[in-house]
Design a protein around this ligand. Structure first.
Ligand code: G3I
Length: 360
């Protein structure tokens, strides 16, 4: 259900003659939500300028970190909802489509979740109960308030096999339908999603199509699949990306662009697995003092081509979310190489909109 305001769409029409600055959520109001990952400083309101950009330009938000298990559920009987509550309140106060990220993920996993007191993996029965308690407690708390959940994040690796996560090692493939079942039982009206990076590759494409069809065959709710769309100047191949987009849409679920960014600096890793880091080398950080005009022009052209692809399939895509608001916020400044200066998002370090967006 797209809660995209007709008023916003009208505003876009009425303002078309006015010289005022472009408002992204109005520009794309009849296509898809325009979203951003929101960080702690924005949630707490200490990043005043970031909050202004969020309120002005974005119709959807996703929790960048505050709902990950190590943050929200650090010990078995300890939940930390303070920041997550503020995140949801911010979204409600600004009439945004709110995404909870993420319920089941191998990374940033609170250590207690999958180990027993001896440090061995817990039994399947214990893990099922812990997953159910975790998902039920969090999803119930935000029932009717969080519109959609990244239920399972990054479950499949490049060759299409299951990531050898503790969830997979203990429960096998069943951990995915179980997570969707628990989430749906907690909030029957919430949209439920799979989410992963590198979705352009054939392995992930084929396996996720199988998983979606299996969830559907079981009668479990699955509304969409997230293509994180972490990009660089030399990846992904847009033809492969489009092939995956069409394959996912072919199952009948919505497609979402969930973590869009595009590195303007040398590619070190085409994935997004947090643990895969590399040593700093100056050669990998060529634009620390600013992006050369010719590189900026190439980056904007590639971002325009990417947005044009999303618009070509706006009938299949419900949301385009950037993984942050402005370049200084981006995780790409410190991953996979800590201490680089990247230029991957929709607004620059002066909080100016990137040129490619002004062409729409
Ligand atoms: O909040 C603490 C702070 O108190 C502490 O001083 C500081 C230094 O240790 O760390 C801060 O936590 C960091 C957190 O970001 C907030 O800045 C964590 O160490 C750091 O690991 C965490 O990185 C996040 C990463 O996921 C791992 O959770 C990135 O911001 C976030 O952009 C990134 O997002 C992931 C998606 O969730 C899933 N897809 C891939 C994407 C990129 O890895």
């Amino acid at each position: 259900m797209k809660r995209i305001s007709i008023i916003a769409a009208l505003a876009a029409v009425i303002s078309c003659g006015a010289p005022e600055e472009k408002v992204l959520k109005d520009t794309f109001a009849d296509k898809f939500y325009i979203g951003a990952a929101i960080n702690e400083a924005e949630i707490r309101g200490t990043d005043v300028e970031g909050v202004e950009l969020l309120k002005k330009h974005f119709s959807s938000i996703v929790a960048e970190n505050c709902m990950k298990s190590e943050e929200i559920h650090p010990e078995e009987n300890v939940y930390n909802f303070e920041l997550a509550d503020k995140f949801v309140e911010f979204g409600e106060a600004n009439d945004m489509f709110i995404i909870g990220h993420c319920l089941i993920w191998h990374s940033q996993l609170a250590p207690w979740f999958v180990y027993d007191e001896k440090g061995d993996f817990v039994t399947p029965e214990v893990l099922k109960q812990r997953m159910k308690d975790h998902i039920t407690t969090i999803v119930t708390r935000y029932k009717g308030r969080v519109d959609g959940w990244d239920v399972v994040n990054e479950a499949i690796v490049e060759d299409g096999s299951y990531r050898n996560s503790p969830f997979y090692q203990i429960l096998g493939e069943e951990f995915i339908p179980l997570a969707f079942q628990y989430a749906h039982e907690a909030d029957p009206d919430a949209e439920l999603y799979l989410n992963d990076y590198g979705q352009n590759v054939k392995g992930r494409r084929e396996t996720y199509v199988k998983i979606i069809k299996d969830l559907q065959a079981r009668g479990l709710r699955i509304d969409g699949i997230g293509m994180q769309a972490h990009m660089g100047m030399d990846y992904p191949d847009f033809g492969e990306f489009e092939e995956s987009l069409l394959a996912f849409a072919g199952t009948g679920v919505n497609v979402m662009i969930t973590e869009w960014d595009m590195s303007a600096i040398p590619t070190v890793n085409t994935g997004a697995n947090v643990a895969d880091t590399e040593e700093y080398k100056k050669a990998l950080d060529p634009y620390a003092d600013g992006l050369p005009a010719e590189v900026s022009a190439e980056w904007n052209a590639r971002m325009k081509a990417s947005m044009d692809l999303f618009l070509k399939h706006a009938d299949k895509i419900t949301r385009v979310t950037a993984w942050g608001v402005s370049d200084g916020d981006s995780w790409k400044n410190d991953w996979p190489v800590e201490g680089r200066t990247d230029y991957p998002l929709l607004f620059d370090r002066n909080l100016e909109m990137k040129p490619f967006l002004k062409e729409y």
